[in-house]
Design a protein around this ligand. Sequence first.
Ligand code: GDP
Ligand code: IMO
Ligand code: MG
Length: 429
Amino acid sequence: MNIAVLGAQWGDEGKGKIVDLLTPHFSLVARYQGGHNAGHTVYVEGRKFVLHLIPSGILHAGVRCLIGNGVVIDPEALFREVDELAAFGIEVGDRLVISDKAHLILPYHRELDVLSEARRGERKIGTTSRGIGPAYEDKIGRRGIRVCDLVDTPELAEAVRENVHARNQIIRDTRMDWQAVYEQLLAYGDRMRRWTADVSLLLDDAVRRGERVLIEGAQGTMLDIDHGTYPYVTSSNASIGGACTGLGIPPQAIHGVLGVAKAYLTRVGEGPLPTELHGAVGERLRETGQEYGASTGRPRRCGWFDAVAVRYAVRVNGINALALTKMDVLDGLPTVDICTGYSMGERTLDALPAEARTLAACTPVYESWPGWSQPTRGVTRFDDLPVEARRYVARLEEVTGVPMAIISTGSDRAETIIRRDTVAGHWFS
Ligand code: GDP
Ligand code: IMO
Ligand code: MG
């Protein structure tokens, strides 16, 4: 059975921990979109790993990690990550496979990202400045340079010359030399060649042999270019459709979708967030949850669990079950709130509006639930959770319409409740 793990909120839900946890049940882990804007944290016996491009299954020996065509790759970020893992004693070797069709992030994409944000002024997105948007723009504009293009050919030379020329027209105070970029790309190509393959074909072969594939999303549904809070989104399809297009697999190859959601929520960057908490409770969530970006270190905005948004993610992705993370961060709060709808003047909405400005004008409708004083940190059995925590989980299941198959009670692999009486029992036996 092949399972997709993806974010059901605004990113940073804890996908890295969940993917790492599930990897022993799979032989391949495949990333389908985004780039090194992602920061997926995995703790193993007190050691912290942050994966950006390489799938979060890499810490398990023998597992192959695939980067699909839907991902945009900054070669320098990739090499840095490979070298950092090696310094930790983890050899990527030939376990890493990169799609020959994946597009590249080039040095001028980073500059263009920063420039575009500066030009937006007040309306800035708050991007990670990694060049993600401009790289996808080139892909859609059919000017992109792909991994398979990194060979010494007149076609590559022409493409680089044209792209660098276009960049020099936009950024006039510094000029970039296309030949230097060309040489750089050839060097990237030399180092990447050993990992390059047709990921779609490789997955097809693996699935036919009965190998199991764990599919890893980056960002979250609310940051999806089509289904998120546009324009305050990333430039790829973080939702389930991206898994098919970004890996070259048919929908039938995906047998289950596991959404990941925090027991509250966070967002980094700009854009509407109806349940955002500006006062002491928001501050407490940020400090207890250590809510600072894994990639950029920026403080994350914190708020109560938004069931309207998660219900939407359940529908858009066909989520069968959720992994609820960071339950322990709510320990000790006198009450915990759940947003079950939005109100706008006289109207009540129970679905997400299309326009960011309408979402920004919504007021959350809350239910307030009693908190728990006994800690949940490190609990591994559902029945050992305080009764109020169990009630909170039960209510989240009602308002989202799906079971909470996994409950995470700490950042380590071991600090997890797997509820085998739910659909997770079939997936991870
Ligand atoms: P991702 O981008 O979805 O992989 O999530 P991030 O790694 O950016 O952010 C999640 C953060 O929460 C990381 O620092 C994790 O180590 C941490 N984390 C994950 N699950 C839990 C949990 O259940 N409890 C606590 N306290 N921390 C967690
Ligand atoms: P993971 O995979 C949280 C946000 C940025 C910004 C918007 C667009 O770790 O969950 P971009 O650089 O992608 O053009 O920025 O998307 N963003 C994320 N927020 N987690 C992420 O990844 C994110 N990747 C991008 O903060 O608001
Ligand atoms: Mg993250």
